[in-house]
Design a protein. Structure first.
Lengths: 307, 294
């Protein structure tokens, strides 16, 4: 009775059953809020928060200069903040990549026990509350903080270095918060790297640099790409780090959105900003993915042609 | 040579697991060495095609290594290692991942290929049969030291030590003292067994190891002169197709293997386990070796 078709059907049913919870979870807590955000971005702001249900595209006018109406004015500052946020996110990605990539090789060559310890250490910060960890940086970096007093007592500085509420502090904070997300995917791809390929490359006459560029880098690229994407996105939307470590000097798009919802009580404009960020992130990731695919297939074609 | 960095040594390697670059096509893998050596354009394309044709992989240049069978991957590795025309090609157990049939045909192919390209192949293997089949010269190594260097026939017929004899082929190795017997030179093995020998240049009273290959032991007495025999008890008869392997034991408990070429199953029924047999050998058959560790 239980032919292959029955087994097939059984398997499909089991799969559906297994996928139901995550589908519901994503549907309820991700897609619906996303939909609400997009819908709110074209509604009229209510007087004391909330929304008025009438079509109101002028939120976008405030951001981009068009369409304008109903007393909304074009404010170029928001675009500037958005670009500035992109710059911070990019810097965060670059710094954390530069830190993680060499360390991943170092850790992957450790013996079992040391390796596990290092991986545990990388995830250790997750055990403490984010706010507490950021306050710790405040204590370290403020004028009377640990770093300054140490450097002054060593005689390196004669007056405290102003680190708090600077771009530097925000980058340090963002890198610190997001670095595990860069490290883990890179580590996974480095760990998988077959070292006999490196030997083979050297055997064929490649210098260490050539081996790195032609063998190691392309084979670990998926991890690098994955790490960059999942660091870039939260770095762009983060508002806790800039509000604590950047003070009023560094305003990122996350802070602006937070203020639209909680202080200005302009939910539609906050939604507009959110939608624009999401759109630009998706655009960047899409372009990057297309670019990667294009360049790899171009390279493959080039090799094939040259042969 | 160990002072020269790996990327400047004039030899190339075929790795045990092939170590093909998974992100490159077959042609990409093969041309890698030329790209590194800055051989460009037309010459590179031609040499890649030649190398692929040499290992009969023409037409597969656009495939990825993961789309090839084990034997094909092995040949890509070979083409990749040969493309830079090294002085020596090091093959590190290149056939160990192939099944028996494919391995045997590849052995012949490799040998032919070696004659075609005229490059010295340094072939590392743990398979003693493979070593005998493939080599012009064999170095038997143990713990990083060469124990014996010679032609396959040398190594097989005149092993220098117990280790070599044991490693290459099946051997019966007996230890005893050289003496002068009633009918000429003998080795007195513990437990009363005597092995008759032809002339040798050694002093009586020396302890030696003696090798008797299974194919030199026979149930019938073939030579009249200068021959001897071992008295043994038959313990096992193993049918391996072309031959019977007779597992027997001497009186002192030493196991002995003899090879018996049978005529169409005629003999296989005429043996019974536990029966006493005489294993004859020519006096020229036993080979003397320096006593191990002496």
């Amino acid at each position: 009775m239980s032919g292959p078709r029955t087994i097939e059907r059984e398997r499909t049913r089991a799969l559906a059953l297994l996928l139901t919870p995550i589908t519901l979870l994503l549907g309820i807590f991700f897609l619906i809020p996303l939909g609400i955000t997009i819908v709110y971005s074209v509604l009229e702001p209510g007087l004391y928060g909330g929304v008025v249900w009438s079509f109101y595209p002028y939120n976008y006018g405030r951001l981009f200069g068009w369409p304008l109406g109903a007393g909304e004015e074009f404010e170029p500052l928001y675009i500037q903040i958005l670009l500035n946020s992109l710059k911070y996110a990019l810097l965060t990605v670059i710094v954390s990549l530069a830190l993680c990539y060499p360390v991943a090789f170092w850790v992957s060559r450790m013996s079992g026990m040391a390796k596990n310890l290092m991986l545990f250490a990388i995830t250790l910060p997750f055990f403490a509350n984010l706010l507490i960890r950021i306050y710790a940086w405040l204590l370290l970096m403020r004028p009377t903080g640990t770093i300054n007093s140490a450097l002054m007592s060593l005689g390196v500085l004669d007056k405290p270095l102003n680190m708090m509420f600077t771009e530097f502090a925000v980058i340090v904070g963002l890198v610190y918060v997001l670095i595990p997300f860069m490290f883990l995917p890179i580590y996974a791809s480095v760990e998988r790297l077959d070292w006999s390929l490196v030997q083979a490359s050297q055997d064929l006459g490649a210098t260490p640099f050539q081996t790195f560029r032609r063998i190691i880098l392309p084979l670990t690229a998926p991890g690098i790409l994955g790490g960059c994407v999942i660091v870039f996105i939260p770095a762009l939307g983060n508002f806790i780090v800039p509000s604590f470590l950047g003070g009023s000097k560094v305003q990122l798009i996350g802070n602006v959105i937070e203020r639209q919802f909680l202080q200005a009580r302009n939910w539609p404009f906050g939604s507009t900003l959110s939608t624009v960020i999401m759109g630009s992130v998706m655009l960047i990731v899409l372009l990057y993915a297309l670019g990667m695919r294009g360049s790899s297939s171009r390279a493959a074609r080039k090799r094939a042609d040259s042969v | 040579m160990s002072a020269v960095p790996a990327h400047r040594r004039p030899f190339n390697t075929v790795f045990q697991n092939y170590a093909l670059f998974p992100h490159m096509s077959v042609a990409g893998n093969v041309s890698y060495g030329l790209e590194i050596a800055r051989v460009g354009g037309k010459e590179r394309a031609e040499r890649v095609m030649d190398a692929l044709r040499l290992v009969s992989l023409g037409g597969l240049e656009r495939r990825r290594p993961s789309q090839l069978s084990g034997g094909q991957q092995q040949r890509v590795a070979l083409a990749r290692a040969l493309i830079n025309r090294p002085r020596v090609l090091l093959l590190d157990e290149p056939l160990s991942a192939l099944d028996r049939k494919l391995r045997q045909s590849t052995q012949i192919e490799l040998k032919n290929l070696q004659h075609t390209v005229g490059i010295t192949f340094l072939f590392v293997t743990h398979d003693q049969e493979e070593a005998l089949t493939m080599s012009d010269r064999i170095a038997v190594m143990d713990r990083g030291r060469i124990l014996q260097l010679g032609t396959p026939a040398d190594i097989y017929d005149r092993p220098a030590s117990r280790f070599v004899a044991d490693f290459i082929g099946t051997s019966n190795i007996l230890t005893g003292k050289l003496a002068r017997g009633r009918r000429g030179n003998i080795v007195k093995v513990e437990g009363g067994t005597e092995i008759h020998l032809a002339e040798h240049g050694r002093a009586n009273g020396d302890m030696v190891d003696v090798v008797l290959r299974p194919e030199h032991l026979s149930l019938e007495k073939t030579e009249k002169k200068f021959s001897g025999h071992l008295d043994a008890t038959l313990e096992n008869i193993v049918f391996v197709g072309s031959d019977l392997h007779l597992h027997a034991r001497l009186k002192n408990g030493t196991p002995i293997i003899a090879l018996h070429r049978h005529a169409r199953g005629a003999l296989s029924t005429s043996f019974t386990v536990g029966q006493a047999i005489k294993l004859h050998y020519a006096a020229s058959a036993p080979h003397l070796m320096e006593r191990a560790g002496a």
